[in-house]
Design a protein around this ligand. Structure first.
Ligand code: TEU
Length: 539
């Protein structure tokens, strides 16, 4: 809308590059594949693309283990392809937001290799977190921290020192108390800003600062005390410096923080004036299909962020969590990986996927009507469910091995997209190519080709919603107001002329008073909104 900075209301499409489109037929998506789909993305009606890490990487954690931040991995193309994509996306009116991974590098990064060679006490080791071990001969890790993927967060090297890795051993944590690390990342930001990127998604933005004492984690965390490595206040100084770098460039370059903060107030700390622009709102993603809790999340995040002048954003799925069609098809709530005990095998009930799909369609209309910006994870516009029955020998997420095979990991939301045709690879790659994860045969009914032009499809629902969002000044940035509503129904107004209603009651409910139905996630039954459906109304 008029004069609003683009990032306050952008709908950003997440391209999980290895699973989006494979132009060269090696089974893995690539930059050339993204280029070929720019017309699709433009027609979908999104404003920008967040692209998961495309940097040179051994791919121990699907590219989140970066060996060279100034180069593109040959699996995905080259630097010239990235530059071509940025230019062409801009011609289509699409902005490009790469991922940046500042918490750790790959163990194959030149810095880490230098650190290993240089030995204990050398300045090269000060770029990472090396320590002597505890116990006799230093044979025990320096403290009791656990890796998010399972196992201790310390690995011992040949000379006896240990290094810290909050994720896989192939992802050593950088030492952000070292000014060299700051300088290096500011230079990397400039490298890509100079090549035209419109911003960055900051990986594990809440993890960079560590308590210099590296204290043991206690079983009973005290909420008044800072956590030794998550969401520490020192991280904000890093991002204030990054903001100054972004502001040197024209065209409103923006950051989005992947910060798993314990409350909306803590999340808002990342978005104070002079800090980052936006952050993912994981409270919304984690919220189950429950009207009271959903309303609570909308209110608390909106209030928390408004207090610092930041726009709210909304996200339902990404490459780390089970797709929401499947989440909403279960009664039991989804538990984030870092809150799980990998010693116990998580027993999951069978999801009701028809129910989950209805709710996912309704959730799309809710998300796209709320104030602020939104994220769409590739494939959610096709209504894809989680693939929960991948054969064990195809699983690649490090969580699978590191959890001691008690937890299957995140591959089920990363299966390559079905574009067209009636059998794998469903147009993901050239005929005869083999996608890096197997696609279910049942996806023949969910390809973009099958859904294109079918008014009842989820693809057309997203296209219509995004078109209306661009046309209606009521949507995007701005305020909202809850209206009185029947039990279990959320009804809110964006301006006096636009109302959204979401029926989470489990029963048909009368439609709110209205002039015209703009869009509905399910067929309406006279003047009733069916269960698990949402509607956009003019009033
Ligand atoms: O994820 C960070 C992170 O904390 C997640 O592991 C999250 O806690 C968990 O998945 C929720 O269940 C980012 C990336 O998005 C992820 O893909 C990487 O594996 C990770 O960082 C390490 O770079």
């Amino acid at each position: 809308s008029n004069g609003t900075p683009w990032w306050r209301e952008a709908v950003i499409y997440q391209v999980y590059i290895r699973s989006f489109a494979d132009a060269d037929g090696d089974g893995m998506g690539d930059i050339e594949g993204i280029r070929a789909k720019l017309p699709y993305l433009r027609e979908l009606g999104v404003d920008a693309l967040w692209i998961n890490p495309w940097y040179r990487s051994p791919q121990a954690d699907a590219g989140y283990d970066v060996a060279d931040f100034r180069d593109v991995d040959p699996r995905f193309g080259g630097l010239a392809d990235a530059e071509k994509l940025i230019a062409e996306a801009h011609e289509h009116g699409l902005r490009i937001i790469p991922d940046i991974v500042p918490n750790h590098t790959s163990d194959q990064h030149a810095w880490f290799q230098d650190a290993l060679r240089a030995g204990p006490g050398a300045p090269e080791r000060q770029r990472y977190v090396f320590r002597a071990g505890r116990g006799a001969g230093g044979a025990e890790p320096p403290n009791n921290w656990r890796s998010v993927f399972g196992g201790p967060s310390w690995t011992r090297v040949a000379d006896g020192e240990w290094y810290l890795h909050l994720f896989a051993p192939e992802q050593p944590d950088l030492n952000w108390a070292n000014p060299e690390v700051h300088d290096e990342f500011e230079s990397i930001l400039r490298f890509w800003f100079d090549r035209g990127v419109d911003g960055f998604r900051i990986d594990v933005a809440h993890g960079l600062a560590k308590d210099p004492e590296l204290p043991d984690l206690t079983g009973e965390p005290d909420e008044r005390l800072a956590h030794p490595h998550w969401d520490r206040d020192e991280v904000h100084e890093i991002y204030r410096r990054w903001r100054r770098v972004a502001d040197e460039y024209p065209g409103e370059r923006k950051f989005v923080a992947e910060a798993w903060a314990p409350s909306p107030e803590r999340l808002a700390n990342y978005l104070r004036p002079g800090g980052l622009h936006t952050a993912f709102n994981f409270d919304f993603l984690k919220c189950p299909w429950d009207p009271e809790r959903m309303r609570e999340v909308v209110d608390s995040t909106t209030a928390g962020l408004r207090a610092v002048g930041a726009p709210p954003t909304w996200v339902l799925s990404n490459h780390d969590v089970p797709r929401h069609v499947t989440r909403y098809g279960r009664e039991a709530e989804w538990v984030p990986h870092d809150e799980r005990d990998y010693d116990e095998v998580l027993e999951l009930e069978e999801p009701d996927l028809a129910l989950g799909a209805r709710r996912a369609r309704a959730a799309a209309l809710l998300m796209l009507a709320l104030p602020g910006g939104a994220y769409v994870y590739q494939g959610e516009e096709l209504g894809l469910p989680e693939v929960e029955d991948l054969p064990e020998d195809s699983l690649q997420d490090p969580i699978w091995e590191r959890s001691g095979r008690t937890e299957r990991g995140r591959d089920g939301c990363r299966v390559p997209l079905p574009w067209s045709g009636t059998a794998p690879p469903f147009g993901f790659g050239p005929p005869g190519s083999e996608p890096w994860l197997p696609q279910p045969e049942s996806w023949r009914g969910r390809t973009a080709e099958v859904q294109d032009g079918d008014p009842s499809s989820t693809l057309e629902l997203y296209r219509s919603a995004l078109r209306l969002r661009r046309e209606l000044p009521a949507l995007g940035d701005g305020g909202m107001r809850w209206l009185d509503s029947p039990d279990g129904v959320l009804v809110f107004q964006r301006d006096p002329g636009f109302t959204c209603a979401v029926n989470m009651s489990g029963h048909p409910r009368p439609l709110p008073e209205h002039e015209r139905v703009l869009l509905a996630s399910a067929e309406l039954d006279d003047d009733h909104l069916p269960a698990d459906a949402a509607v956009w109304l003019t009033t």
